[in-house]
Structure formats: structure tokens, C-alpha cells
Write a protein that binds this ligand. Sequence first.
Ligand code: SF4
Length: 72
Amino acid sequence: MTRCERFDQCVAFFEQQAKKLPATTHFMESTYCLTGNHHCARFVFFMSRGEDDIPLDLFPCQHVRGEILSRG
Ligand code: SF4
């Protein structure tokens, strides 16, 4: 199983969310980071913007929000 190459840039996101939603955070990590980053809104945002200012509160499952933000 290969971990997403962007994991180091998402550590702050996971640390913040793990305090509030530990089970959800674990689920997101196993679903997106360890299985399929091409479905992750954070990854898509990075690929379209090519920069590291991914919103700290953008969840991997927030595809529509990620698309709207990436146009901005
Ligand atoms: S949240 Fe998305 S971009 Fe971040 S490490 Fe996981 S799959 Fe990669």
C-alpha cells in the first residue's frame, strides 16, 4: 500500500481533525491517503492550483467545494 506523496503537507489537517473527529480522520486516511489520492479533494486542489495553500479545513470528500475553491 502506497501512501499519498502529499501526506507531509496534510499532517496539519489530520492533526487538527483528529482532535475532533478521530474515527472520521482514520477513515479518510485509509480511504484516500492509503488507497486513492486521485479521488481526494485536497489532492485535486493541489494538482489544479499547483501550490501549497490548500485550505486547512478542506476535507478529502469535499469534491465540489474543492473544485470551486481551485477556480478561485
Ligand atoms: S488528504 Fe488527500 S492530499 Fe492529503 S495526503 Fe491524504 S490523499 Fe493526499
